[in-house]
Write a protein that binds this ligand. Sequence first.
Ligand code: ZN
Length: 137
Amino acid sequence: MGFFDKIRASFARFMSGRYGADQLGNVMLWTGLILSIIGSMAKLGVVTILADVLLVVMLVRMFSKDRYKRQHENQMYLEKTYKLRKEASEWMNRVKNSKKYRYFTCPQCKKRLRVPRGVGKITITCKGCGNKFDKKA
Ligand SMILES: [Zn+2]
């Protein structure tokens, strides 16, 4: 067995039964790294400390053997941020499709509606409530 195989094997042994990475861990990692950069550039000690705390907590969770508790934390995080993550991904979609579609909000029920670009003046019928309104797309 080569040197790197030994390292890989001992790391696998070390990680067995431990929790590892999850969505909450990823967010902590990236937030920690970004805060750490901002903190050191702006010379804000508090932000740097906060970044360190986040990264330490992230590592502690990753190496934790209490999988049940860590899974529960991740579940809580996913539930609490569901709306925000959904809105962010909708926004990303809108940016991605902005050349093909125009987006309108129904004035009555606030449902978001998508219309192909370049069709001119049209009457949009809301899929949610059936309200009709004129727009230029
Ligand atoms: Zn509507």
